[in-house]
Design a binder for this molecule. Sequence first.
Ligand SMILES: *Cc1c(COP(=O)(O)O)cnc(C)c1O
Length: 225
Amino acid sequence: MAISDSLQATKTRLDAACVAAGRAPGAVGLLPVTKTFPADAVREAFAAGARAFGENYVQEGLAKIDALADLRPQIAWHLIGPLQSNKTRPVAEQFDWVHSVDRLKVAQRLSEQRPAHLPDLQVCLQVNISGEASKSGALPEEVPALAQAVAALPRLHLRGLMAVPEPGPGARAQHDAMAALFQQLQSQGLALDTLSLGMSADLEDAVAAGSTLVRVGSAIFGART
Ligand SMILES: *Cc1c(COP(=O)(O)O)cnc(C)c1O
């Protein structure tokens, strides 16, 4: 299937998920995830109307940002993969969003390194909602204090939370727990608008729980090799 067709099919699927959940079609944003796919695939999705893209790996993302420099002003680049504190500088300088902030040190470095002439870096805190030792993300109980600290940093704009729930029978409970944590932070006075939750396989469950942004790779670009 051409990328333009699978992008349209995914939008249709997302709208249907919104309606099934009693939400307005268009209520949930779609972030195409281009990790492992070449810059030409990004161009195709751009030609089909996509204007924001998610990348997992810092070096791969930077190479694509460079290869697509002609489109740069029109694209918002989101880093959605793990970020080590020694790799923050190029991210602060090149990306528009980071979904994977999971500790204060990384946020502080992004804040210090974000160039003053650029708009604030938009950030989400990644939450290890499954509690698996192998997963990145802050533990849920750490998130309220981390959110308050990150929200106070200059040149960052805390937008919300991100998670990658563990697939399987417990997934729905993890989606609901993310939505509850998101609402808890809002009720503590943080003006958050982004719950980055849902991928190709769990988009419907994430939308039902209250996701505002789904990150979709394989359903649009095909299987990764
Ligand atoms: C790869 C990835 C996605 C997209 O996954 P698909 O299953 O291909 O839709 C979304 N979010 C993160 C953090 C990822 O690593």
